[in-house]
Structures are given as C-alpha cells and as structure tokens.
Design a protein around this ligand. Sequence first.
Ligand code: 13P
Length: 254
Amino acid sequence: MRVQIAAANWKMNLTVREAEKLLEVLLGESYELTENQKVVFAVPAPYLTIAEEKIAKHSQMFIAAQNVYSKKSGAYTGEVSVTMLQSIGVDHVIIGHSERREYFGETDELIAGKVNICLETNITSIFCCGEALPVREVNQQNSYVSHQLEESLFYLPAEQIVKVVIAYEPIWAIGTGKTASSEQVQEMHAFIRSQIEKRYGIEEAQSISILYGGSVKAANAKEIFSQPDVDGGLVGGASLIAEEFIAIIKALKV
Ligand code: 13P
C-alpha cells in the first residue's frame, strides 16, 4: 500500500510567532492517522528547528525543508546543505518546485544533483513536476512532465527511485484557485505511474507516492485524494489556515 501524504508547503510566509501558533493549533487536533498516512510540514528554513521540536512526539509527522543545495558544504553563501538538515533531524525536502525553477533558474540538472545528495543522506525528496498553461493548452503536458522525470529522476536505479515522492503540480493551478479537475489529475498521475512502470516495473510503480498540488483546499481534497493514483497532496495557501489543513489531513485515503 502506498503511503498517503498531506504535505504543507508554507512557502515564504508567516513570522516565527505565527508559525508556532499555527503548528500548535494543528498539533492540538486529533487525527487517528493510520500507519499508512503521514503529514509533512515544509516550513521556512529559519523555523526548521522549532518545528522539529514541536512535532517530535508525533510519530507520523515530519518536517521538510523547502529547498536544499546540491553540495554537502563549502563556500556557497546563503545555501543550506543536506548535512545541516540531517544535523537538526529534518528528513524531507521539496526539490524542484516550479517557483524555484521559474524564479531561481533551477535546471533539471541542478535538480537531479539535489535528488542525488538527498538519496546519499537518506533524506526523502518530494520531487515536483508539472506543466505551465501554454503547454496544457496545446495538450503537450504528458511529454513535458515525462521529460522532467527523464532528466531529473529516471537515471536512478530502482532501489533509489522508490525512495522519492513525486508531486505533480500543474503551474496553472498553483495559487490561482483554479484546481485541475479530478479527471485531469487522475489522468496525469496514471500517466506518471505508467512511465515509472515502463522504466522500472510494476512493483516500483505501485510503491511510489504521487501527490497532487495546485489549489487543494478542504472543499476539494476528498474528491482529488479519492482518485486511484493520487496519494495525497502538496498544499500551499490552504496549509496556512488551520481548519483548512486539518480537513485536508482528514481527507487522506486510509
Ligand atoms: P497552492 O495550494 O497555494 O495552489 O500551492 C500549491 C503549491 O505550490 C504547493 O507546493
């Protein structure tokens, strides 16, 4: 059974006090998570340690960084390394988010380097892929996403690719309130899984969690998550509102 994941991506939001308050409210709720479900909070880098401490007693909750560099240490001013994340107990990281690709010029090659270094240090990558609107408008989304997977993931051996979580985030649905329809989501998730199967085999394809991201909220989470190839969500805006994210966690498949 694939792990079902509700992942919050807070992006560059909240002060430390607001972040603490939000976590307190979220952790104060009772979820009855099954062994197959997990919750991940991708918090801004300055709050990683505080967030780690807060979730320490929650066995199915994890803290993620929103980015990491592809080198372990050295003269890379402003960057954060996997070694640093590991030293504070952070075991997940979002890699290749479309905002990093677009605003910070991250290439498929750099992203592949980040996936590699995470695998070396046993940090779980949440690898993001997804097309922009002009690509969808000409119905090229499958080949676009397939290319992203080829360039940054599909060189991995089978025993490594199964450690990666994939997040399909169509750029036109991020922060726009325009969610992809559950049919569009299922279609792409099934396509991604079929590509993994073609490359690696059915066992690998069936063991990788594929999350959907793009305007997920309490009102649509249940329907999206109930699609057969959707294993939860990577949530931006709605993860900053406690009652929204609580409902999203509760909408996970068991
Ligand atoms: P929104 O949920 O705000 O659309 O953001 C999605 C996202 O980019 C999560 O990584």
